[in-house]
Design a protein around this ligand. Structure first.
Ligand code: GLP
Length: 286
């Protein structure tokens, strides 16, 4: 696992993630991109939209799979993750809507829907690059504490911490659905590359547990320690409780967009300059 601390601010950390996604997409136009929701991702998507509008970043062959969706919310519901993605990204870039995938939280047979989602990911050749946020309880996707590291896409009962964290996104008196479909920890670990972005002081404690704590199902992000090609990108406040801060890579103020990311082979890569993002090859499906 690589850790990059971007002290120049949350915007710069998000920019580094957006730059890396853009480079990966340029290198592999039919990239299979795993996407996340949550407020942390909003500025990443803003910057990808800007890159599309100003620099012609092309999404026409990209295929996307989101981590999760609430059970019981129609895709048209403004609180659904379908709507979040349309508003923040899909409707603003040239992606083919048929290439965008989220679990269907309205499916009559939810278990069958989970199995279908897994099959769809596999049929696409697997996820090249999975972007992640982190919940206050250390969840990735909606893999709540006690989720098995081998877990697959399934229905997950949400914890009180998560219900409280996500409540501000729901107008009162509408409450956060109590269940969601989420990719499993095992599903996420199969992505060829993972990139987790965490910003803000409220994430500092759980980020330190995920990076420096023991592998534990109680902090599902700690499973990323097992991944051979995973990078955590943090702003200064989110990195504040790391004990071994000197061991990690620090972004240089003023050159923050060009922070480097390491490939699985340890080759120095840049998210903004000429060296190319490294993604292991996947089947070249249309
Ligand atoms: C939700 C999503 C997670 C995301 C988390 C972080 O719970 N299911 O995938 O990581 O939100 O949210 P935020 O970025 O708002 O802190």
């Amino acid at each position: 696992m690589d850790v990059i601390i971007q002290s120049a601010g949350a915007g710069r950390a998000a920019q580094a993630v957006a730059d890396f996604i853009a480079q990966a997409l340029t290198d592999k136009p039919n990239l299979v991109l795993g996407l996340a929701t949550g407020s942390t991702m909003e500025s990443v998507y803003e910057q990808l939209v800007r890159k599309h509008q100003k620099e012609g970043l092309d999404f026409s062959r990209c295929r996307t799979f989101n981590l999760d969706e609430y059970v019981g919310l129609p895709a048209e519901d403004p609180c659904s993750y379908h709507d979040f993605m349309r508003q923040r990204l899909f409707d603003k870039v040239n992606i083919d809507p048929r290439n965008t995938h989220l679990p269907d939280g309205m499916a009559s047979d939810l278990d069958a829907e989970c199995a279908r989602y897994e099959r769809l990911i596999a049929a696409s050749g697997g996820i090249d690059l999975q972007v992640l946020g982190i919940g206050l309880n250390g969840h990735i996707g909606f893999n709540e504490p006690s989720s098995a590291f081998e877990s697959r896409t399934r229905v997950q009962l949400l914890s009180q911490v998560t219900l409280d964290q996500n409540a501000p996104f729901f107008p009162k008196p509408k409450r956060v659905p109590r269940t969601a479909i989420t990719m499993g920890v095992g599903t996420i670990l199969e992505a060829r590359r993972c990139l987790l972005l965490a910003i803000g002081p409220e994430k500092a404690n759980i980020v330190a547990q995920a990076i420096e704590g023991p592998l534990t199902r109680m902090v599902t992000a700690s499973a990323l320690q097992l991944h051979s090609s995973c990078t955590f990108v943090l702003d200064g406040p989110a990195a504040a409780q790391l004990q071994k801060s000197g061991s990690y890579q620090h972004g240089i103020p003023g050159q923050s967009a060009g922070i480097s990311l390491l490939s699985p082979m340890g080759t120095q890569l840049s998210s903004s300059a000429s060296p190319r993002a490294s993604l292991r090859s996947s089947p070249d499906t249309p």
